[in-house]
Design a protein around this ligand. Sequence first.
Ligand SMILES: [Zn+2]
Length: 162
Amino acid sequence: MSTRYLPSDWTLPELTDWNRPFFTAGRLTIQYCTDCADYQHPPLDFCHRCQGEGLEYRESAGTGTVDNYSVVHHAGNSRLKESLPYNVVLVEPADAPGVLVLGNLVDQDWPDRLRIGASVRCVFAEVADPGTGEVLRLPQWTFADGPEPAVFTDVDRRRSAS
Ligand SMILES: [Zn+2]
């Protein structure tokens, strides 16, 4: 298990039949509508574009660009004070254009380097839900040319190395 970017007791996503692949796969997994041939995120039980139900999940290569970001300096929740300042990024995966995936950029040098258009790749914070014991792999982001973040697990690399 790894240390999280936000506090270790910060609220975890509630898993549903639709978002479970995204939060547990350890690969960037994006919902795809076979009826209108397009990606959507966050995952839903129907396509927000055509209202079809022909939905499947496709694995992204996990690289993308920062579409937008915010740097938070004032904690809206007292449990986040120790993390200030922290960033929130919206990333467009290279192989799922039009999709935006929310996360945090975990590199330590983000204050100097975080820009719109920055090239990033997905890494995962592994966390066991204390209520269910289920292991979540929360998608996070690191600069594409940056070092491996020490506390995050790149499951794709671990799989390909073994
Ligand atoms: Zn559709």
